[in-house]
Write a protein that binds this ligand. Structure first.
Ligand code: GDP
Ligand code: MG
Length: 162
């Protein structure tokens, strides 16, 4: 039941100075940060990460997404916890900020629609990437982190509370 999942704070989150507040959301929920680093990716790496987007969302979305994701550094995080993949997606909220519920990170910090982003010819800037399922999480963590960059440690709660 204890899982690890990949989270990216996308370039909009970094440039808006929201890294700390977003990480706090995950820490507040009791998820453990077991890996973190800032990375400026190139298109080639972006294609590896978003290898299935063209099939799922169309070639146009892949192109605008690659452009967006290479505009500045992202912060990559590996988070650990009970059903971490599902729990992180719940905290992050739906893909379209306009529809993302208040209380979720995307719902609280962004509001634009698919239609607006598409009309601008831009990716929807929704602050976060989070792995979609446990299988995807395994692949994505292996793509973004080496074994040495991932850490096992006990939180204060694990040491003193349980
Ligand atoms: P996620 O798992 O919620 O991030 O959603 P997807 O994996 O389906 O899509 C990846 C990313 O592509 C999203 O987070 C958006 O940034 C972007 N995106 C997805 N669909 C669209 C779309 O229809 N229009 C635009 N402009 N961007 C999109
Ligand atoms: Mg996705």
């Amino acid at each position: 039941m204890i899982e690890r999942t990949l989270v990216l704070l996308k370039p909009d989150a970094v440039k808006r100075g929201l890294m700390g507040r977003v990480i706090s959301r995950f820490e507040d929920a009791g998820l453990k940060v077991v890996g973190s680093k800032m990375v400026l990716i190139n298109e080639e790496f972006g294609k590896k990460h978003y290898y299935d987007i063209a099939a799922r969302r169309g070639e146009k979305v892949l192109q605008v997404l690659l452009k967006f994701m290479t505009t500045g550094p992202v912060m990559a995080l590996c988070l650990e916890g009970v059903n971490a993949v599902e729990n992180v997606r719940k905290l992050v909220g739906g893909t379209e900020p306009k529809s993302a519920l208040p209380g979720t990170i995307r719902g609280d910090f962004s509001h634009i629609s698919f239609a607006y982003a598409d009309a601008q010819g831009k990716a929807i800037e929704n602050l976060i990437h989070a792995s979609g399922n446990p299988e995807e999480a395994k692949q994505e963590i292996a793509l973004w982190f080496t074994a040495e960059e991932l850490h096992s440690y006990k939180t204060a709660h694990e040491t003193h509370v349980f």
